[in-house]
Ligand binder design. Sequence first.
Ligand SMILES: Cc1ncc(COP(=O)(O)O)c(C=O)c1O
Length: 390
Amino acid sequence: MSDELATLLCEAFNDGSGSITPPIVQSSLFSFDSYEAFEDRMAGRSKNAIYSRVDNPTVAAFEASIARAEGADAAIGFGSGMGAISSTLLALVKPGDHVACVEHVYPDAYRMFERLLRPFGVNISYHPVSEFDSDPDLLAGVDVAYLESPNSLMFETMNLSRVADYAKQHGALTIVDNSWATPVFQRPIEHGIDIVLHSASKYISGHSDTVAGVVTASHDLVNRVRDLTLPLLGSKLAPFEAWLLVRGLRTLVPRMQRHQASTNQIIDLLRSLDGVESVLTPDIDVNGGIIGRSGLFSVCFDPSVDIRVLCNHLTLFRLGVSWGGFESLALPARVGLAQAGAANSMRRFAVPDNLVRFSIGLESVEDLWGDLESSIGHARQRPASRVSTA
Ligand SMILES: Cc1ncc(COP(=O)(O)O)c(C=O)c1O
C-alpha cells in the first residue's frame, strides 16, 4: 500500500499550465464575467469558486489529494484540527442526540464536548477504547461514535472493522481521528468507518510550520459539513497553508517510514532500560486497522526516575506540545495535568503522572538515543553517596 500511496501523493498537479505544483491563489473572491454567470453560481447551477471562506483552488488541490489518500469521496480543509472536529460534529448533531466518545480523547476535543456540545443539549458518554469493539450493543441509541485509535497519550487501539459493523447495526455514524497513523499506517474508511479527520498540523504538514485540519468522507457527509458549518463557522484553511500541506503530502510516505524505523529502534532499547516501567504504543494489527507505527508514544517511568530532571537534561528533544514534525519532542504528563482552565481530560481519565509522551522526529536515531539514555540515566535517583569522614 505504501508504494501505491507514495506514487499517488507524488502525482504532479496538472491544470494544463505545466506547473507541477498548484499555484497559491491568494484571492478572497472570484469575479464573474456576466450577470448570468453570477446568478448561475449563486443558484448552484455552476461550480466555480466564489469566495475563499468556502471555495479556493489551492485548498481544493489539497482536499483532492488527501481524499484520495484516505480512500474517501471528498474532503474539506480547515484552519485547524479543532476546526475540523467542531465543524464536523456541529454539522451532524442536534440537541438530544447522543455522542459516544473514547476515553483519553485529545484534550481539546474533550473540552469542546464538555464546554460547547453538552451545554447545547447533546448527551456525551465516554467509554474505554476496548468497549467499542467488545460490546456489540454499546452504540445502541447512539448517533455518533467519536473515536481515536490509538487514543491520545495512552495509545490504546480498537478493531475498526468490528466497531464499524456494530455501529452500522445501530445506525450510528463513526468518526475516527487518524492524525497519529495517517493514511500511510491506517485507512479507516476501508474498514467501514464513515468519517476520517486529522489535525493536519501533525504528520500531514510534517514541518511544524502550519496549523490546519481536514475531514474526509462520502460526498453526502462532506456536503453536510460544506453546506452548514464550513460557511457558517468559518474555520477556513488559508491558501498558503493548503499549499504547504500539498507539499507535506508529497513526502508523507518516506517521512512516516523513517519515523517508524527510528521509533521501533528506540522503543526496543527503552524496553530494556533501567527506570522504564512500560512503553505505551500500539501493536501492528492489520485486521484492526494499524499497519505501521508512527513516531508518537508514551513511556511510564518507575519511581527511581525524576521526570523533571530528565526533561531538563534533554538537549535534542525539545519540550513542547504538538508532534508529527521533523523535530523530536517530549511532553511530561504532569505539565498537562497541571493545565489551568475548565475540563481537564487528563485529570478526568487519570493519565498517570509518571508518563512522558515522546515524538520521534527525523534526526539521527543514534543521536536521539544518546540524548534519551543519558537523560534517563542522569534522572535516576541513586542512593546518596556516603560522605567520607577520613
Ligand atoms: C489527536 C489530535 N487530534 C486533534 C488535534 C487538534 O488539532 P489542531 O491543533 O490542529 O487544532 C490534536 C492536536 O494536538 C491532536 O493531537
